[in-house]
Design a protein around this ligand. Structure first.
Ligand SMILES: Cc1cc2nc3c(=O)[nH]c(=O)nc-3n(C[C@H](O)[C@H](O)[C@H](O)COP(=O)(O)OP(=O)(O)OC[C@H]3O[C@@H](n4cnc5c(N)ncnc54)[C@H](O)[C@@H]3O)c2cc1C
Length: 581
């Protein structure tokens, strides 16, 4: 079992070794041949992230990037100056293989497959240190995907070489400037204009939220001259920071945003003033291609992957909040007992670990290469980002007054967490996206079919949880039928309740599946308890007297194996589950 009392702090630990649930996800989901090479890398990078990267994150937060408008001769330079610690982390992130091409290339050289879950695991650990760094690397992979698919042939190879350079000093970051002052959820009113000038495109307009503003390659949306109003008139462009002649492109950084959190990444307001750009529309880059009305669709093709990145950020905050809380509660005493011995504190920590594992199950399932990703990604973004906020807030309270003070490690997590419910689609927009993914009602049946099929009926102690899940699935089908026929405003009014109910059912199914795997492969009923507790709190609203008078003592008696990842014998689990209301 993990011995939290032996740790001074989460910083300095190996974040792969100290996370048995992450290890189990990797062992369960990766093919043995992939696991064989991935696990040593996860250990190596777990030490790097839990060590120097986590330590520097605290310093970067207090020393965020600065904008230098002019050089000493009065030339306008609009340069972003990062703290040396932040630069060291960016270099480590790129050259260690957390981001950047290193691990993928090494895998290819040795004839090995690079599983996408590896990227999820690495990003998950990075997010526990600093979600702002993942914002930068996530946008770089997003821009890379757009360039691969849509850059004009004459510049594609050069851009790809920069976005995938092995050495950090030669590599270009990516960014995406979409949001304008008029709004980010609804991009139909955007006013940035693209003009054809000989064989070049020139962009003029203002962007209101520009994270990673000093990136080398910026994906953006603009309306070509002569294009209609609305989303159909929008085209997708790539603005390089430097023109091909080596001069600085015309991107004016007006100011950096004074942000609540995610301070590692500079977010700015920026203007394009006759900025040179490449049309991202495939082979042709002329005016008719820009007017094909598909710019927004091209952009949206990669929205699912960037939304998954934000889900991973939320999950990282959930994990860090839990780990810091478990360590603090193992050290601090009140009323003659360590905090972790106090019943309500046990309840809080168990609730945190149950929510963490449920969200992890969903985020890792959504990061797979399967057909369900279109539905699972928005659900994962919905749950893990809200979960990040909730657990960060709980972690602050576990730390008492200290938690509210910036010397301690959880106040920043709470500030950072608030960004992720907004970034890449606010919670409301994500709920509407869940409804969109279910426009074809068969998607829901396919999802339940796939998840249900993986949940066998092997573990008898989970029968009641399985029954509750089946009942929920039936209700969700009925609700979807109702909403798909309801008048538009009523359907939107219920979208959030629906998406959350669906997420409850999906997380429950995934946990039940994990529980069965753990029983079969490890003879351990710990995850069965986690699944049971999850179903109780999310899918069982029929407990008499809200369960207050029940004899259920699982949280008190199994606190240690639940929060320290120990063994629970099936017989013990069975007895405790039977006491539940
Ligand atoms: C730190 C930070 C960094 C960012 N970085 C970038 C970046 O790099 N690039 C970029 O393009 N953008 C970036 N953004 C902007 C972000 O994507 C937008 O803030 C977000 O999409 C919401 O847009 P908005 O702020 O204009 O809010 P609005 O779209 O005005 O929304 C305001 C509120 O209305 C709600 N709302 C809107 N439509 C509906 C609806 N149909 N039904 C119900 N409710 C609705 C929203 O949920 C929200 O609560 C960043 C934001 C932050 C905070």
């Amino acid at each position: 079992m993990i011995r939290y009392e032996d740790f001074e702090s989460a910083i300095g630990l190996n974040w792969y070794e100290v996370d048995p649930n992450l290890q189990q996800l990797m062992h369960r989901l990766l093919k043995p041949a992939d696991l064989e090479w991935c696990e040593p890398e996860l250990r190596r990078i777990g030490a790097l992230i839990g060590g120097p990267i986590a330590a520097r994150a605290e310093v970067t937060d207090k020393n965020p990037p600065r904008l230098v408008k002019f050089d000493r001769s009065g030339e306008q330079v609009d340069e972003i100056v990062h703290h040396p610690g932040a630069v060291a982390t960016k270099r480590d992130v790129w050259e260690s293989g957390i981001a950047g091409p290193r691990l993928r290339r090494e895998a290819a050289r040795r004839g090995r497959h690079y599983p996408e879950l590896m990227a999820t695991a690495l990003n998950f650990m990075l997010s526990q240190a600093e979600t702002g760094m993942l914002c930068a690397t996530g946008m770089t992979s997003g821009v890379l995907a757009l360039v691969r698919r849509f850059a004009p042939p004459e510049v594609r190879d050069e851009l790809l070489a920069k976005l995938t350079a092995e050495r950090f000093d030669e590599a270009w970051d990516g960014a995406m400037f979409m949001t304008e002052r008029s709004g980010g959820s609804d991009l139909s009113t955007l006013t940035t204009v693209a003009r054809r000038d000989g064989d070049r495109w020139l962009l003029n307009g203002s962007k209101w939220f520009c994270s990673n503003v000093d990136a080398g390659a910026i994906a953006t949306l603009a309306r070509p001259e002569g294009a209609p109003q609305g989303l159909r008139g929008v085209a997708l462009f790539l603005v390089p920071r430097w023109r091909s002649d080596g001069t600085r492109n015309a991107i004016v950084v007006r100011r950096l945003k004074d942000k609540l959190g995610t301070r590692a990444v500079p977010t700015a307001e920026a203007d394009f003033v006759d900025a040179e750009a490449y049309l991202l529309a495939g082979e042709r880059a002329d005016a008719p291609a820009a007017l094909d009305g598909r710019g927004i669709n091209r952009m949206m093709e990669m929205v699912n992957s960037s939304r998954h990145g934000v889900a991973v950020m939320g999950l990282g905050i959930m994990r860090r909040s839990f780990l810091e809380s478990a360590i603090f509660a193992a050290h601090r005493a009140a009323f003659g007992r360590r905090l972790e011995e106090l019943p309500m504190m046990r309840q809080t920590l168990v609730e945190m670990v149950v929510e963490l594992e449920a969200a992890a199950a969903l985020v890792f399932a959504a990061g797979g290469e399967g057909a369900l990703a279109r539905l699972l990604v928005p659900l994962a973004k919905l749950r893990a980002t809200r979960g990040g906020l909730r657990l960060a807030s709980q972690a602050v309270e576990v730390h008492g007054g200290n938690g509210y003070i910036e010397d301690w490690p959880v106040a920043r997590q709470l500030r950072d967490a608030q960004c992720h419910t907004i970034w890449e689609g606010t919670e409301n927009i994500i709920c509407l996206d869940v409804m969109r993914a279910l426009r074809d009602e068969q998607v829901l049946d396919a999802a339940f079919g796939a998840l249900g099929a993986r949940t066998g009926d092997g573990v008898a102690m989970l029968d009641r949880s399985r029954e509750r899940l089946l009942r929920a699935q039936g209700e969700i089908r009925e609700a979807l039928m109702f909403l798909s026929r309801a008048e538009r405003d009523l359907a939107q009014l219920r979208a959030r309740a629906f998406a959350n109910y669906l997420a409850d059912a999906v997380e429950a199914a995934l946990l039940l599946e994990e529980a069965e795997w753990e029983m079969e492969h490890r003879g351990n009923a710990r995850k069965a308890l986690i699944a049971h507790l999850y179903v109780q709190s999310h899918l069982a609203n029929d407990a008499p007297l809200r369960g207050i008078c029940s004899a259920d003592r699982a949280t008190l008696e199994l606190f240690e194996p639940l929060t320290r990842y120990g063994e629970v014998s099936p017989a013990r689990a069975q007895t405790l589950i039977a006491q539940a209301p």
